[in-house]
Design a binder for this molecule. Structure first.
Ligand code: PGA
Length: 254
């Protein structure tokens, strides 16, 4: 089931998403939260920091797993996703360092690194709430369009387009890592609930495709149609290609 919440603008989207995460932690303070990097959740993370500073929320018992990481970057590399999460959220709240789990960017045995991450998620009791962004091509995590779904945590070769697009964050294109480690489609689908955020007109096609009625690995996010508990929080622009019933705002169930 996909619940769609259409908001007026990015700030409202961020507030709504933060409220949903806060509600999860209220219900279950020791929730396991799957976090995502990218520009879309930054506003939500700011809202959570504000709530924490107002002493409305505690992250003391929360455990975290992130979706993906660049291969070859150490945790303290300024472009690592670990560093991003520290900067954007973790260092500002009272999450415990030992409760933060990340797919490793540095490893000697890739298979073992991927399996250990899957094992760690299982040992933690599974992810309660997974936050997701969506790529303009429908990717989720680093699961890019492909001939088939890759189910579990795995290593991906970055597409040339992704390398070019991410070069702006690095000194030059040569410095962009060529590979990433990412949760697979089943790792994501195993989360008890999913919160997907999409903002801006350039995400409208990808958002529309989530409701295509077809599940296809060429548009990875289409798999979400099979999940029992997805909440999609979108702003008006990202919702602009959805059917009329979604345009009225508020909540729609698909
Ligand atoms: P964005 O990335 O939030 O920076 O748009 C989302 C994604 O590619 O998953």
């Amino acid at each position: 089931m996909i619940r769609v919440i259409v908001t007026e603008h990015y700030q409202e989207l961020s507030q709504k998403a933060a409220q949903l995460l806060a509600a999860q932690l209220q219900k279950k303070p020791d929730s396991v939260i799957g976090f995502a990097t990218g520009s879309t959740p930054i506003g939500m993370y700011k809202e959570l920091i504000n709530s924490y500073n107002r002493q409305e929320i505690s992250f003391d018992k929360m455990s975290t797993f992130n979706l993906d990481e660049y291969v070859g970057l150490t945790k303290d590399h300024p472009q690592s996703y670990y560093h991003f999460m520290q900067e954007q959220l973790f260092s500002h709240i009272n999450v415990r360092l030992e409760n933060i789990q990340f797919p490793p960017g540095i490893f000697t045995d890739a298979d073992r690194a991927c399996q250990s991450y899957e094992d760690a998620m299982k040992a933690a009791g599974g992810v309660d709430l997974q936050i997701l962004g969506i790529g303009v091509n429908g990717h989720i995590g680093f699961n890019e369009p492909d001939q088939q779904f890759t189910l579990y945590t795995h290593i991906v070769e970055l597409a040339q387009k992704t390398i070019e697009s991410n070069a702006r964050f690095f000194g030059s294109e040569d410095e962009v890592p060529r590979r990433a480690i990412t949760m697979g489609i089943k790792s994501i689908m195993d989360a008890r609930s999913i919160l997907l955020l999409a903002s801006d007109r350039n995400k409208a096609e990808a958002v529309q495709q989530i409701f295509s009625g077809k599940v296809e690995p060429q548009i990875p996010a289409t798999v979400l149609q099979l999940h029992p508990d997805v909440t999609l929080v979108v702003d008006r622009e990202a919702a602009s290609l959805l059917n009329e019933e979604f345009q009225t705002g508020g909540v729609c169930v698909w």
